[in-house]
Design a protein around this ligand. Structure first.
Ligand code: 1HE
Length: 261
């Protein structure tokens, strides 16, 4: 089901978390066509037990982006289809079966940042750095970055990264919104797995709403957004699982909200 440069395993007590690891460390996990197609296939064929996923990368870097050795021979038409292939694959990450947590370290650059930005949660360790070297390579983003990255950091910051080659370090990356979590070096995977296990405990319909309804609502005019929100709220709360969870709280069986230590 997978690819020689992807490690796939199930973790958690009920095999509820899929771990997807890029294992092409010798090439800094650069994404060639085979890897992109394999990622898409993986999300299309996710086992039914899976409720959340973690993506990380072997070796010193999360991902060096597009495999530049494959780029040289393409004409315009092939380039168009290549970009659309990335779009289809990363669309399956963002709008696939389960929420995805990216565990980031080292280089998160070019297509690596595009992959990370298709995930729902990004956890970065202190070694992480972010860049969009497309600007200096004479090309443009093609893996959905022009759509997703401005939603995280704004179009002005993205343009600056591409125009000037600016590299964000881990702290600044978290500050501007490239990652939601910043952890000490070497701890991104453990934190990402912990979060994925937590995410996997949510009612599946709640996770579905957060993946599929929330980003669409955020794009809608307010009037339509309020209406879509009401529809999604009604569907979620009518599920038997929601009723059971509410009863658990009202009868003192569910955890209260507590502030973090
Ligand atoms: C690669 C790639 C790659 C490394 N394609 N082979 N991305 C970039 O422009 C980033 C290019 N890479 C780098 O800047 C650096 O490699 C890193 C900062 C990521 C890592 O540096 P370092 O010193 O740890 O490794 P290295 O020695 O540069 O690379 C090790 C090997 O990986 C080396 O090959 P070798 O045969 O000489 O050992 C590198 O050539 C190879 N390698 N990165 C191919 N990207 C959908 S559109 C998306 C558009 C983009 O993503 S453009 C941005 C591409």
């Amino acid at each position: 089901m997978t690819h020689p440069d992807i490690h796939f395993e199930l973790r958690g007590e009920q095999q509820e978390v899929a771990v997807i690891r890029l294992t092409r460390a010798a090439k800094r996990n650069a994404l060639n066509d085979g890897l992109i197609l394999a990622l898409r296939n993986l999300f299309d064929t996710m086992p039914a037990s899976v409720r959340a996923a973690v993506i990380d990368g072997d070796g010193p870097h999360f991902c060096a982006g597009l495999d530049l050795s494959e780029l040289q021979e393409r004409d315009a038409g092939q380039g168009l289809h290549h970009s659309r292939m990335w779009h289809a694959a990363l669309e399956r990450v963002q709008y696939g079966p389960v929420p995805v947590v990216a565990a980031l370290h080292g280089a998160v650059v070019g297509g690596g940042l595009e992959l990370a930005s298709a995930c729902h949660i990004r956890v970065a360790d202190a070694s992480t750095f972010y860049a969009l070297p497309e600007g200096s390579r004479g090309i443009f983003v093609g893996g959905g970055g022009a759509v997703r990255i401005p939603k995280l950091i704004g179009a002005a910051r993205m343009a600056d990264m591409m125009l000037t080659g600016r590299v964000y370090n881990a702290q600044d990356g978290e500050r501007v919104g490239l990652a939601q979590y910043l952890v000490p070096e070497g701890q991104a995977f453990d934190k990402a797995l912990e979060l994925a296990v937590r995410v996997a405990q949510n009612a599946p319909l709640t996770n579905y709403a957060l993946m599929h309804a929330l980003p669409r609502i955020a794009e809608q005019p307010a009037d339509q957004g309020f209406f879509t929100e009401a529809m999604m709220a009604a569907i979620a709360q009518s599920a038997p699982e929601a009723k059971a969870r509410l009863a658990d709280f009202l009868e003192g069986r569910a955890a209260k909200v507590r502030k973090e230590d």
